[in-house]
Design a protein. Structure first.
Length: 271
Protein backbone atom coordinates (compact mmCIF):
# COMPACT_ATOMS: atom_id res chain seq x y z
CA UNK A 1 0.00 0.00 0.00
CA UNK A 2 1.44 3.35 -1.00
CA UNK A 3 0.51 6.29 1.22
CA UNK A 4 0.27 9.79 -0.29
CA UNK A 5 1.85 12.69 1.58
CA UNK A 6 2.13 16.47 1.24
CA UNK A 7 5.35 18.25 2.18
CA UNK A 8 4.70 21.73 3.59
CA UNK A 9 6.44 24.36 5.69
CA UNK A 10 5.73 27.49 7.69
CA UNK A 11 8.73 29.85 7.60
CA UNK A 12 11.03 26.85 7.17
CA UNK A 13 9.50 24.76 9.97
CA UNK A 14 8.63 21.77 7.78
CA UNK A 15 6.02 19.01 7.88
CA UNK A 16 5.00 15.81 6.20
CA UNK A 17 1.18 15.80 6.14
CA UNK A 18 -0.81 12.54 5.87
CA UNK A 19 -4.51 13.04 5.12
CA UNK A 20 -6.61 10.23 6.56
CA UNK A 21 -10.01 11.93 6.36
CA UNK A 22 -11.23 9.79 3.46
CA UNK A 23 -8.89 6.80 3.38
CA UNK A 24 -7.18 4.52 5.86
CA UNK A 25 -3.62 5.27 6.97
CA UNK A 26 -1.13 2.90 8.58
CA UNK A 27 -1.25 2.90 12.38
CA UNK A 28 1.03 5.71 13.47
CA UNK A 29 3.61 4.70 16.03
CA UNK A 30 6.53 6.64 17.47
CA UNK A 31 8.90 4.40 15.51
CA UNK A 32 7.15 4.97 12.18
CA UNK A 33 6.81 8.73 12.77
CA UNK A 34 10.51 9.04 13.57
CA UNK A 35 11.45 6.96 10.51
CA UNK A 36 9.40 9.17 8.18
CA UNK A 37 10.85 12.32 9.77
CA UNK A 38 14.47 11.17 9.42
CA UNK A 39 16.22 13.53 6.99
CA UNK A 40 18.76 10.94 5.81
CA UNK A 41 16.70 7.77 5.43
CA UNK A 42 13.09 9.04 5.45
CA UNK A 43 11.16 11.87 3.84
CA UNK A 44 12.46 14.37 6.39
CA UNK A 45 10.60 16.91 8.51
CA UNK A 46 10.43 18.66 11.87
CA UNK A 47 6.94 17.28 12.50
CA UNK A 48 4.71 14.61 11.01
CA UNK A 49 1.07 15.71 10.77
CA UNK A 50 -1.79 13.21 10.59
CA UNK A 51 -5.25 14.46 9.65
CA UNK A 52 -8.29 12.44 10.73
CA UNK A 53 -12.06 12.96 10.89
CA UNK A 54 -13.33 14.74 14.00
CA UNK A 55 -16.85 14.66 15.46
CA UNK A 56 -16.50 18.19 16.83
CA UNK A 57 -14.37 20.06 14.26
CA UNK A 58 -13.57 20.28 10.56
CA UNK A 59 -10.61 17.97 11.09
CA UNK A 60 -8.53 16.34 13.81
CA UNK A 61 -4.80 17.08 13.69
CA UNK A 62 -2.25 14.78 15.35
CA UNK A 63 1.32 16.05 15.66
CA UNK A 64 4.44 13.88 15.97
CA UNK A 65 7.83 15.45 16.59
CA UNK A 66 10.92 14.24 14.75
CA UNK A 67 11.78 11.91 17.65
CA UNK A 68 8.37 10.21 17.30
CA UNK A 69 6.76 11.75 20.38
CA UNK A 70 3.16 12.93 19.97
CA UNK A 71 2.58 16.51 21.15
CA UNK A 72 -0.36 18.80 21.76
CA UNK A 73 0.05 21.80 19.45
CA UNK A 74 2.01 23.32 16.58
CA UNK A 75 1.25 26.82 15.34
CA UNK A 76 3.09 26.57 12.03
CA UNK A 77 1.43 23.23 11.24
CA UNK A 78 -1.94 24.80 12.05
CA UNK A 79 -1.32 27.40 9.35
CA UNK A 80 -0.25 24.69 6.90
CA UNK A 81 -3.41 22.68 7.55
CA UNK A 82 -5.47 25.87 7.31
CA UNK A 83 -3.94 26.46 3.87
CA UNK A 84 -4.80 22.90 2.80
CA UNK A 85 -8.40 23.25 3.97
CA UNK A 86 -8.72 26.46 1.97
CA UNK A 87 -11.61 27.96 3.97
CA UNK A 88 -12.32 29.01 7.56
CA UNK A 89 -12.14 25.86 9.68
CA UNK A 90 -11.83 24.44 13.18
CA UNK A 91 -9.05 22.00 14.05
CA UNK A 92 -9.21 19.51 16.91
CA UNK A 93 -5.83 19.03 18.63
CA UNK A 94 -4.63 17.46 21.88
CA UNK A 95 -4.12 21.06 23.06
CA UNK A 96 -7.75 22.01 22.34
CA UNK A 97 -9.80 23.45 19.49
CA UNK A 98 -8.28 26.15 17.29
CA UNK A 99 -9.68 28.08 14.33
CA UNK A 100 -7.95 28.91 11.04
CA UNK A 101 -8.82 31.49 8.38
CA UNK A 102 -6.87 31.65 5.07
CA UNK A 103 -6.24 35.25 4.02
CA UNK A 104 -4.50 37.03 1.15
CA UNK A 105 -1.33 37.55 3.22
CA UNK A 106 -1.22 34.14 4.92
CA UNK A 107 -3.29 32.17 7.39
CA UNK A 108 -4.70 33.59 10.63
CA UNK A 109 -5.04 31.16 13.53
CA UNK A 110 -7.03 31.66 16.72
CA UNK A 111 -4.73 29.85 19.15
CA UNK A 112 -7.07 30.14 22.14
CA UNK A 113 -6.22 31.42 25.61
CA UNK A 114 -2.78 31.12 27.26
CA UNK A 115 -2.44 29.38 30.62
CA UNK A 116 -0.10 30.48 33.38
CA UNK A 117 -0.88 28.30 36.43
CA UNK A 118 2.17 26.24 37.40
CA UNK A 119 0.26 22.95 37.13
CA UNK A 120 -1.07 23.92 33.68
CA UNK A 121 2.41 24.36 32.21
CA UNK A 122 3.04 21.83 33.84
CA UNK A 123 5.87 22.35 36.37
CA UNK A 124 7.02 19.80 38.91
CA UNK A 125 6.23 22.16 41.79
CA UNK A 126 4.63 25.61 42.36
CA UNK A 127 6.56 28.63 41.05
CA UNK A 128 5.70 32.15 39.93
CA UNK A 129 5.43 31.56 36.18
CA UNK A 130 5.91 35.24 35.32
CA UNK A 131 9.55 35.09 36.48
CA UNK A 132 10.63 31.71 37.76
CA UNK A 133 13.57 31.88 40.20
CA UNK A 134 15.62 29.30 38.31
CA UNK A 135 18.49 29.43 35.83
CA UNK A 136 20.80 27.47 33.57
CA UNK A 137 24.12 29.29 33.03
CA UNK A 138 23.30 32.71 31.53
CA UNK A 139 19.63 31.85 31.02
CA UNK A 140 17.76 32.92 34.15
CA UNK A 141 14.29 33.81 35.44
CA UNK A 142 12.18 32.52 32.56
CA UNK A 143 8.46 33.05 32.12
CA UNK A 144 6.39 29.89 31.64
CA UNK A 145 3.36 29.81 29.34
CA UNK A 146 1.17 27.01 28.02
CA UNK A 147 -0.32 27.81 24.60
CA UNK A 148 -1.49 24.27 23.93
CA UNK A 149 2.04 23.07 24.72
CA UNK A 150 4.58 24.12 27.38
CA UNK A 151 7.10 26.94 26.86
CA UNK A 152 9.85 28.55 28.90
CA UNK A 153 10.72 32.06 27.68
CA UNK A 154 14.06 33.76 28.46
CA UNK A 155 14.63 37.44 27.63
CA UNK A 156 18.27 38.14 26.76
CA UNK A 157 20.28 41.06 25.33
CA UNK A 158 21.23 39.09 22.19
CA UNK A 159 19.59 35.85 21.10
CA UNK A 160 22.51 35.05 18.80
CA UNK A 161 24.93 34.97 21.73
CA UNK A 162 23.15 32.02 23.37
CA UNK A 163 24.51 28.49 22.85
CA UNK A 164 21.02 27.10 22.30
CA UNK A 165 22.37 23.79 20.99
CA UNK A 166 23.86 23.19 24.45
CA UNK A 167 21.34 24.85 26.77
CA UNK A 168 18.21 23.84 24.83
CA UNK A 169 18.39 20.09 25.52
CA UNK A 170 19.55 20.72 29.10
CA UNK A 171 16.46 22.80 29.88
CA UNK A 172 14.09 20.67 27.78
CA UNK A 173 14.88 17.59 29.89
CA UNK A 174 15.17 19.29 33.28
CA UNK A 175 13.04 17.55 35.97
CA UNK A 176 11.28 20.89 36.57
CA UNK A 177 9.32 20.13 33.38
CA UNK A 178 7.67 16.70 33.70
CA UNK A 179 6.40 16.82 30.09
CA UNK A 180 9.63 18.45 28.86
CA UNK A 181 9.47 22.02 27.55
CA UNK A 182 10.08 24.21 24.50
CA UNK A 183 12.88 26.71 25.11
CA UNK A 184 12.60 30.28 23.76
CA UNK A 185 15.34 32.93 23.86
CA UNK A 186 14.07 36.38 22.92
CA UNK A 187 15.43 39.90 22.51
CA UNK A 188 13.16 42.96 22.62
CA UNK A 189 13.82 45.08 19.53
CA UNK A 190 11.15 47.75 20.10
CA UNK A 191 7.75 48.09 21.85
CA UNK A 192 6.17 46.15 19.00
CA UNK A 193 8.96 43.86 17.76
CA UNK A 194 10.78 40.81 19.16
CA UNK A 195 13.63 38.67 17.85
CA UNK A 196 13.35 34.97 18.76
CA UNK A 197 15.11 31.60 18.56
CA UNK A 198 13.40 28.39 19.68
CA UNK A 199 14.59 24.98 20.77
CA UNK A 200 11.61 22.65 20.22
CA UNK A 201 11.29 19.60 22.45
CA UNK A 202 11.79 16.44 20.46
CA UNK A 203 13.06 18.36 17.42
CA UNK A 204 15.92 20.74 18.25
CA UNK A 205 16.38 24.31 17.07
CA UNK A 206 13.95 25.16 14.27
CA UNK A 207 13.74 28.01 11.78
CA UNK A 208 10.33 28.95 13.18
CA UNK A 209 7.92 27.98 15.94
CA UNK A 210 4.39 29.38 15.93
CA UNK A 211 3.52 28.41 19.49
CA UNK A 212 6.91 29.73 20.62
CA UNK A 213 6.16 33.08 19.01
CA UNK A 214 2.78 33.15 20.75
CA UNK A 215 4.21 32.22 24.16
CA UNK A 216 7.03 34.75 23.85
CA UNK A 217 4.77 37.60 22.77
CA UNK A 218 2.36 36.93 25.63
CA UNK A 219 5.20 36.69 28.17
CA UNK A 220 6.69 39.97 26.92
CA UNK A 221 3.29 41.68 27.19
CA UNK A 222 2.74 40.34 30.70
CA UNK A 223 6.09 41.76 31.77
CA UNK A 224 5.42 45.11 30.10
CA UNK A 225 8.36 44.70 27.74
CA UNK A 226 6.20 45.32 24.66
CA UNK A 227 2.83 46.95 24.07
CA UNK A 228 -0.25 44.82 24.66
CA UNK A 229 -1.92 44.22 21.30
CA UNK A 230 -0.08 43.00 18.21
CA UNK A 231 3.68 42.50 17.89
CA UNK A 232 5.98 41.27 15.15
CA UNK A 233 8.08 38.25 16.10
CA UNK A 234 11.14 37.74 13.90
CA UNK A 235 12.40 34.15 13.72
CA UNK A 236 15.29 32.80 11.61
CA UNK A 237 12.78 31.67 8.96
CA UNK A 238 10.74 34.89 8.84
CA UNK A 239 8.18 36.93 10.76
CA UNK A 240 4.86 36.22 12.44
CA UNK A 241 2.30 38.71 13.73
CA UNK A 242 1.04 37.78 17.20
CA UNK A 243 -1.94 39.50 18.81
CA UNK A 244 -3.21 39.10 22.38
CA UNK A 245 -6.49 40.92 22.80
CA UNK A 246 -8.74 41.99 25.63
CA UNK A 247 -10.71 38.76 25.15
CA UNK A 248 -7.55 36.89 26.31
CA UNK A 249 -7.29 34.98 23.00
CA UNK A 250 -4.10 34.77 20.95
CA UNK A 251 -4.13 35.31 17.19
CA UNK A 252 -1.21 34.28 15.00
CA UNK A 253 -0.91 35.35 11.35
CA UNK A 254 1.76 34.24 8.91
CA UNK A 255 2.54 32.32 5.73
CA UNK A 256 2.36 28.63 4.93
CA UNK A 257 3.62 26.90 1.80
CA UNK A 258 3.11 23.59 0.02
CA UNK A 259 6.46 22.29 -1.24
CA UNK A 260 5.62 19.05 -3.08
CA UNK A 261 3.58 15.85 -3.00
CA UNK A 262 4.58 12.20 -3.18
CA UNK A 263 3.91 8.75 -1.75
CA UNK A 264 5.73 6.08 0.23
CA UNK A 265 5.41 2.43 1.17
CA UNK A 266 5.20 1.98 4.97
CA UNK A 267 7.15 -1.26 4.54
CA UNK A 268 10.16 0.82 3.56
CA UNK A 269 10.17 2.13 7.14
CA UNK A 270 9.60 -1.22 8.83
CA UNK A 271 5.83 -0.77 9.28
Amino acid sequence: MRVPFIKMHGLGNDFVVLDGREGALPEMTARLAAAIADRKTGIGCDQLIVLEPSPRATVRMRIFNADGSEVEACGNASRAVGLLLGAPATIDTLGGLIATDPQSDGVAVDMGEPRFDWDSIPLAYPLDTLAMPVGWNELENPAAVNVGNPHAVFFVPDTNAIALDQLGPLIEHDPLFPQRVNVNVATIVSPDEIRLRVWERGVGETRACGTGACATAVAAMRRGLVTRGTVRVNLPGGALLIGWGADNRITMTGPATESFRGSFDPADFGA
